[in-house]
Design a protein around this ligand. Structure first.
Ligand code: DX5
Ligand code: ZN
Length: 230
């Protein structure tokens, strides 16, 4: 079956109200989110700490679409089963997180999830060349991971173009993570990305009790892409 390469907006709950994840997930889905992006940070691989598998399991019943779990942790392998059991649809690990990323991708699929591999801004496209026949998603970090609200790194657009060519007709999503807004989204979509993660640009100005800005923000990103690709 052909992969659906239509544009998908994946709000990152890193920018949500941490005391209210369930309601925040429901609010962004009601406002047009295609996937929900869940950022797991360990204070070791990245200089920030968020939450782990038990939080993912707790928010799972509040997500109807795709639970897209981005692991910014090292080591990764000891925790894959826990995130799969928590209900992750996609589990993404970083190519920089350890020497055995090939084994990590095998383990993610064996646990029953889709396998994603993420590349930091300083890591070349070629680092995933020998993984392309065993992954479902490649995530191009357009900021250095760890925090929301950082500035988009423009040099990564060329990396997306290279990956799109390397991937060819393999059924692999290209996801962009970091600094996505209505200005930068069209650049990466034109280069071949189909999943756009956005934290601050989606949650800005809204809340669970006032979710309409989430919808307007998602629509602004979507419209910016569609108006430049038509
Ligand atoms: C960064 C995270 C991102 C982050 C994106 O380490 O992986 O998902 O939340 O945030 P914005 O869209 O604010 O750059
Ligand atoms: Zn992320």
């Amino acid at each position: 079956m052909a992969l659906n390469r239509s544009l998908k907006i994946a709000p990152s709950i890193l920018s949500a109200d941490f005391a209210n994840f369930g309601a925040e997930c429901e609010a962004i889905e009601a406002q047009g989110a295609d996937w929900v992006h869940v950022d797991v940070m360990d204070g070791h691989f990245v200089p920030n700490i968020t939450f782990g598998p038990s939080t993912c399991a707790a928010i799972r019943p509040h997500i109807k679409t795709v639970m897209d779990v981005h692991l910014m942790i090292a080591p990764v392998d000891p925790y894959i089963d826990a995130f799969a059991k928590a209900g992750a649809d996609v589990i993404t690990a970083h190519v920089e997180a350890g020497p055995h990323i090939h084994r990590t991708m095998q383990a993610i699929r064996a646990a029953g999830a889709k396998a994603g591999v993420a590349l930091n801004p300083g890591t070349p496209a070629s680092s995933v060349e020998y993984l392309l026949d065993m992954v479902d998603l490649v995530c191009v970090m357009t900021v250095n991971p760890g925090f929301g609200g950082q500035k988009f790194i423009h040099s990564q657009v060329e990396k997306v173009r290279q990956l799109r060519a390397m991937i060819g007709d393999r059924p692999i999503h290209i996801e962009i993570d970091g600094g996505v807004d209505p200005t930068t989204a069209p650049l990466v979509a034109a280069a071949g990305a189909d999943v756009l993660v956005a934290g601050s640009a989606v949650f800005r100005g809204g809340s669970v009790s006032n979710p309409a800005p989430y919808g307007a923000n998602i629509k602004a990103i979507r419209d910016a892409v569609l108006s430049t690709t038509v």
